[in-house]
Write a protein that binds this ligand. Structure first.
Ligand SMILES: [Zn+2]
Length: 332
């Protein structure tokens, strides 16, 4: 069960519970979230209360039906530094918060459980071959990936797949939209039941993952997770163009889990356009002089462009693609 808050009264009834909460589970729903032509529809929030069956009460705040004034107290809770907010991939949600309301989640009180999942892999005994296998789901075989530099590259998993990955839930079919509903259905009022159920389910999954990570001790040290999440939050400064394979992928962008040294020189990546340090780029030793040259793509974008080329052409080998179009941009 969930509580749909689409009136000022319903909002006022929900606020005391949110204000009392030690932490909140947060997820945004909408049309093409984080992308060009995207729009926010619902703010879903879970909070632990003894009054609800599963211990987690779910509120769905209808952004389209509530005025900005009515939403203001909720925005203050979402952006404060006192209540920790847990997400599964906060990047697009933060962009929508900025686009819709001109404010951001606190960089001091946000923790992304998608990053916690990656960090937990070492503790749960993930081997190198398992790390590579995760990256092959939408791409090439492990032997092909082994020809590419993949150090520090990690595959992201979806919230829907997280319980089965951690062996605390069944394997689910990957669904990007509620059954029978298109992205545009998020902007319809009244919202279709399928969309409301979908939004509630995401918070229930988030609650399940939070409880699992908490029991395993993966939510500590908190300050470290907050710092890593703060770097993750900054990744979408502007809406993502539809079809941009570099800025919206199933690989974790580099220099999120580890902090770059302040005095490191940075260079733009030709794929994601991010400014990254030298170690994040692909290098080539192929020149006649034998010097190591930095390629224009970071290690993540290099995998993505090769994967994309394979999808488009269906034919070339990894080696052909890796040679084609590689331009040396500097000699270092
Ligand atoms: Zn890149």
């Amino acid at each position: 069960m969930f509580t749909l808050c689409s009136s000022t009264q319903a909002m006022q009834d929900a606020l005391p519970l949110l204000l009392e909460a030690q932490y909140l589970l947060v997820d945004f729903e909408g049309r093409l979230l984080g992308c060009e032509n995207g729009a926010l529809s619902l703010i879903s929030i879970g909070t632990r209360t003894s009054a609800s069956d599963s211990g987690v009460q779910v509120f769905l705040f209808d952004v389209l039906s509530l005025s900005k004034e009515a939403l203001q107290p909720l925005l203050e809770i979402l952006t404060n530094e006192t209540t920790t907010k847990y997400f599964w991939d906060c990047r697009k949600d933060d962009l929508e918060l900025r686009r819709t309301f001109g404010t951001s989640f606190s960089r001091a009180a946000t923790i992304d459980l998608q990053l916690v999942d990656i960090l937990s892999r070492e503790s749960s005994g993930e081997t190198e071959i398992m790390r590579l296998q995760r990256m092959t789901r939408r791409g090439h075989a492990v032997h092909a990936l082994r020809q590419l530099p993949t150090q520090d590259v990690h595959a992201l998993i979806s919230l829907k797949n997280a319980p089965s990955e951690h062996r605390i839930g069944p394997v689910r079919p990957e669904k990007h939209d509620p059954d029978g509903a298109s992205h545009d259905a998020w902007m319809m009022r009244p919202l279709p039941q399928a969309n409301l159920d979908y939004a509630e389910e995401d918070i229930r999954l988030l609650a399940q993952m939070y409880a699992h990570f908490d029991a395993k001790g993966y939510l500590e040290p908190r300050d470290e997770l907050v710092q890593k999440t703060a770097r993750f939050l900054c990744l979408h400064p502007v809406p993502i163009p539809i079809g941009d394979v570099y800025r919206s992928s199933d690989l974790l962008p580099l220099e999120v889990l580890s902090e770059r040294r302040e005095d490191d020189a940075v260079y733009p990546c030709k794929g994601c356009s991010r400014m990254l340090s030298r170690g994040s780029f692909v290098h080539d030793r192929g020149g006649r002089d034998g010097r190591v040259r930095r390629k224009p793509w970071c290690k993540v974008c290099n995998i993505l462009r090769i994967r994309q080329a394979l999808l488009e052409t269906g034919g070339p080998t990894i080696a052909n693609i890796a040679e084609k179009g590689d331009v040396t941009v500097s000699q270092e």
